[in-house]
Design a protein around this ligand. Structure first.
Ligand code: LLP
Length: 421
């Protein structure tokens, strides 16, 4: 069920007209749907029903406190990758025992703060990291629960910048060396080795790479158990893709993914964790912007928006496609126009789409980028001294600004002038 639909000629988020929010908040802004966030979490949770499991939302996808609280209230754990994310998860009321700490370069300070604040497990990615964590745990007089992230050398068949499971990627330890690395981990006094972690990439649109990776993890579980390790938890990572276009070739559903998990690792009796980010937040948010000008160029028309690459970097960074739709519903049968859709930032990379066919729109009209809830606001910057794009959360008939647009003074006053100036 889609909670971003036209109603009475207007685009709505749940029961709130986007134009109404724009009138109050100004543009551009991100707008999220509570019902969609909750629904997507439940799809995963239900897909693993009957297995001992925890869905740990990969909060890097969208980490506003209100989003974290919404998901935590329906039972989500969190996957964090920095001290900042750990602090955010705790501030949103997520208990330490529901937080897993991933990432290839956790610092000693980050490890210490998570050990002190409470943590479900660390997913370790190298031997130096194992040794550092063991040392810190010892100085604190605790034992850190850990998994080791293995790199299964599987092609995730996704964009090169977001594939992580091939041997040339920086992530995890090569699965072929796992027994040796586990032997060392088990011998470190500050660590309790409880499981295995794997994550092969993001925006996967087929199940096969997951199957290959999880089968390898299942084999490894048996091998490590035979070596005497008490492997009782498997963290299977995130990565299930979302439809970015309304076409027929939709990625597999969470139910099919859950079925695959049962088939590949269900017989091992392990507790299972997954770390979905994009599928929970991606289609739960839109970026709303306004057309500043329609400019005629050489053989093309530019739609110049007040949203830019600093607000949504995915098209510039990953050649990502986002559907862009008018907020006022186009009349049925209206002929499409073709635009190059760009922002006002001073570089050609600030292009959202080339030769995009869409209903004609004019100056002052609002358009919405669909599927912008994940890796949108969190990757935004203030490049060109454009205020960090605000966020709004809708829940039924209500909406609230969950991060306000900073004023120019607030932005400028973050800088400090040295005394010699
Ligand atoms: N777990 C780990 C260890 C990860 O590195 C990631 C994503 C996830 C879970 C969540 O993956 P998801 O379910 O969201 O696919 N900025 C890029 C995506 C980067 C993903 C990084 N890691 C984009 O906009 O496409």
């Amino acid at each position: 069920m889609d909670h971003f639909l036209y109603r009475d000629g207007q685009l709505y988020t749940e029961d709130v007209a986007i134009a109404e929010i724009a009138a109050e908040v100004g543009t551009p802004f991100y707008c999220y749907s509570t019902a969609t966030l909750e629904r997507h979490f439940r799809l995963f949770d239900d897909a693993l029903e009957g297995m001992d499991h925890l869905v740990c939302y990969a909060m890097k996808a969208a980490s506003n406190q209100a989003i974290l609280k919404t998901l935590a209230q329906v039972g989500a754990g969190m996957d964090v990758v920095s001290g900042g994310e750990y602090a955010r998860a705790r501030a949103a009321g997520v208990p330490g025992e529901r937080i897993v700490f991933s990432g290839v370069g956790k610092t000693r300070e980050e490890m210490r703060s998570a050990l002190e604040g409470g943590i479900r497990q660390f997913n370790l990615e190298s031997e130096p990291e194992m040794r550092a964590l063991s040392e810190i745990a010892q100085t604190l007089g605790v034992v850190a629960p850990v998994t080791v992230r293995v790199n299964p050398d599987v092609d995730a068949k996704t964009h090169a910048k977001i594939a992580t499971g091939k041997s040339e990627n920086k992530f995890g330890i090569p699965i072929a060396r796992a027994r040796e690395v586990y032997a060392e981990a088990a011998a470190l006094p500050g660590l309790d080795v409880i499981g295995i972690d794997v994550h092969i990439g993001s925006q996967l649109t087929e199940l096969e790479p997951f199957r290959l990776a999880y089968e390898k993890v299942a084999d490894l579980t048996e091998m490590l158990r035979a070596d005497g390790h008490d492997i009782r938890r498997l963290d299977l990572g995130g990565g299930l893709g979302i439809p970015y276009t309304r076409s027929n070739d939709a990625p597999p559903l969470p139910t099919e993914y859950g079925q695959l998990i049962r088939e590949t690792v269900g017989h091992l009796g392990c507790e299972v964790e997954i770390e979905p980010g994009r599928l929970i937040a991606g289609n739960a948010g839109v970026l709303v912007t306004k057309v500043i000008y329609v400019k005629s160029g050489e053989g093309r028309e530019f739609l110049i928006l007040d949203g830019a690459m600093n607000d949504l970097i995915r098209p510039a960074m990953y050649e990502a496609h986002h559907d862009i739709i008018p907020v006022v519903e186009p009349a049925p049968g209206l002929a499409k126009a073709t635009y190059d859709i760009v922002g006002p930032v001073c570089e050609s990379g600030d292009t959202f789409a080339k030769e995009r066919e869409m209903p004609p729109v004019s100056e002052g009209e609002l358009v919405a980028f669909r599927s912008a809830g994940a890796y949108g606001a969190v990757m935004a910057s203030e490049y060109n001294t454009r205020p960090l794009v605000p966020e709004v959360l809708v829940n039924g008939h209500q909406f609230a600004v969950i991060r306000a647009r900073p004023t120019f003074d607030e932005m400028i006053n973050r800088d400090t002038i040295p005394e010699w100036l």
